[in-house]
Design a binder for this molecule. Sequence first.
Ligand SMILES: C[S@@+](CC[C@H](N)C(=O)[O-])C[C@H]1O[C@@H](n2cnc3c(N)ncnc32)[C@H](O)[C@@H]1O
Length: 325
Amino acid sequence: MSARRILTGKRLGMTDICNGEENIVVEVENLIDDKEISKIRYTPVNVRGTGIGSSDPSEIIYSGCDCVNLCADNCPCVVRFGPSYNSDGCILVQSCSKPIVECNSMCICGSSCPNRIVQNGLQFKLQVFRTKHKGWGLRTLQDIPLNRFVCEYAGEVIGYKEAYRRAAQQQEDDSNYIIILKEHLTRGKVVKTCVDPTTIGNIGRYINHSCDPNLCMLAVRVDNEIPKLGLFARRKIHQNEELSFDYAGEASLSHEDNAAKNVIEESINKQEAGGVVERKLGACRADGTLALKQCYCETKCCRGFLPRDNDLYSVLENAVDGGSV
Ligand SMILES: C[S@@+](CC[C@H](N)C(=O)[O-])C[C@H]1O[C@@H](n2cnc3c(N)ncnc32)[C@H](O)[C@@H]1O
């Protein structure tokens, strides 16, 4: 049985894509069995995958602000939808029901601008560890305050049909990493963003599902309309606690908050897209039928099975791919 190992991204096979984070230190602990962690290509941010047309998550499309001092309520990036974060870097609860748009690569303001949070990456020391029944999981080695950004769920951004194709190839026991984020606009329009960190991804891929999770996933836009999938603490998270989010997207920032269920106004400008995570992809049998996996979140409100996305049976033809409105 192996124990604790401190590995760099390179040693994990998490190599070479971007931002100089290829040497990211990832602590891996396995006190359960002899299983080695599989190699992936590490990317801290989304990368372009198959089936999203000409969209590219690294493209810079939005125009920037020219705030010389730190961006405040009069910054054009903030004015448009109202502030998303407070001065302590915490997400505001109302951000659940409005687009979250950060300052971007064209903005004059620097990296310490309070409207740059998700793009600044990890702020807390996290550890990949072996769980008893859920494969690998991710936990925090530090306390995390309520509403702070924890990590991105990053990987290949792919089209909806490609997500379906990949899901259909999964074996019943395979872990599923594909997330489909659905943002509801007016007139029944739904924008789907599919992120697959199965072979190219960041440490968000190790976060397991819980029916009573400590994280909430929100769409955050920076340089273009393809959102980053940001995971924020929906309560105080204690050192060594496993991180989790609801794969069904049912957990919003706080237990009382129903704002995330609101349908947001469709915007004229693509930059204004935003909304809520609704449902994610469940495990799919090779014959295209969906297999329900038993949930081991061990919470009092456990629903028994991992969430699945019934839409995959029928709506392929109507899919809007790649985060474009
Ligand atoms: C995004 S991955 C999470 C990391 C994964 N555990 C691993 O070992 O790489 C999702 C997969 O983890 C497993 N999983 C996640 N949450 C679970 C839960 N609450 N109960 C059982 N299995 C879970 C399922 O196999 C699921 O398809």
